[in-house]
Design a protein around this ligand. Structure first.
Ligand code: HEC
Ligand code: HEC
Length: 233
């Protein structure tokens, strides 16, 4: 029974690291006390100074230091009350992958359920999360006028290979990246374009390749991704 000791030690270290660090650098504000006490044990709320593989390996939840660039408020409020699976294999899918023939599968039962909160708490947490900005996302970078759904879908599923790691419909696509079939409700378009252009600036160890995409390609892909999961497709 070694695991709980390690987990406790990691939580302790994270708390120490947070306590010793000045308020988030470059962000618009430090994380609220409610976020820090309930969420910091699994989520980075300020840009991590540690870019080592050890941090990647011990990371228990996705980084939230750029949550204010990333999420739509309505989605956050609903999801925090009723969390659904976004990463079918958890934060590190290879920890749950089972080698198989012809392809690897993921032991989804081994992925833990997310803590739930009530509506009032979800609203407060969402507001606090939306304060956390990275400075990496430009408002208005996505231009809806240039969207072309047919070309966007083709780029996503065939030409640019995104579907190898992401699902654009439930049950269709790769499992190692977050699902994108409700991306239109979950993610802000300006974040989608910034992330697709250069994922490593958000996460130096992410295994999403930095694709060489032209500006029209980026616009089309973003237009397609943010149309997913919206009622009025
Ligand atoms: C025990 C660890 C743990 C704690 C505590 C925790 N989370 Fe999470 N959180 C996770 C994991 C793991 C995921 C990824 C779930 C998935 O992708 O299916 C996640 C995902 C999220 C997401 C979606 C992130 C994304 O990039 O898709 C949000 C938002 C979030 N958590 C907010 C919170 C908030 C707010 C709190 C505090 C009330 C909290 N979490 C506490 C582990 C945790
Ligand atoms: C080799 C696998 C892989 C490929 C191929 C790939 N991605 Fe990703 N993608 C990832 C991973 C891993 C993440 C981030 C994981 C995390 O946040 O936990 C990610 C994150 C994203 C995000 C941010 C989603 C979020 O919830 O924060 C977007 C948008 C995205 N990818 C778009 C694309 C597009 C567009 C393509 C094709 C040009 C693509 N990806 C190709 C693995 C991949």
């Amino acid at each position: 029974m070694k695991a709980p000791v390690i987990v406790a030690a990691c939580a302790g270290l994270a708390a120490l690291a947070l306590a010793g660090r000045p308020a988030a650098v470059g962000a618009q504000g430090a994380a609220s006390p409610e976020l820090t006490t309930q969420c910091a044990s699994c989520h980075a709320l300020a840009k991590p100074t540690d870019a080592t593989l050890d941090r990647l390996w011990s990371r228990k939840g996705p980084d939230l230091w750029y949550a204010g660039d990333k999420f739509n408020r309505d989605w956050l409020v609903a999801w925090l009350q009723n969390p659904t699976t976004i990463r079918p294999g958890g934060v590190l899918w290879f920890k749950h992958a089972k080698p198989g023939d012809p392809r690897d599968t993921i032991d989804t039962a081994a992925v833990e359920k997310h803590p739930k909160v009530d509506a009032a708490t979800a609203g407060r947490l969402a507001d606090a999360l939306l304060q956390l900005k990275s400075g990496l996302v430009t408002d208005g970078a996505y231009n809806p006028a240039s969207a072309n759904m047919t070309m966007g879908k083709l780029a996503f599923s065939k030409l640019r290979g995104c579907v190898a790691c992401h699902q654009d419909q439930a049950g269709q696509g790769g499992l190692s990246g977050p699902e994108l079939y409700d991306a239109g409700r979950r993610l802000r378009a300006d974040y989608v374009i910034a992330y697709t252009k250069n994922p490593q600036q958000f996460d130096p160890h992410v295994w999403m390749p930095t694709p060489t995409l032209s500006e029209p390609d980026l616009q089309r892909l973003t237009g397609y991704i943010v149309s997913l999961g919206k009622e009025d497709k």
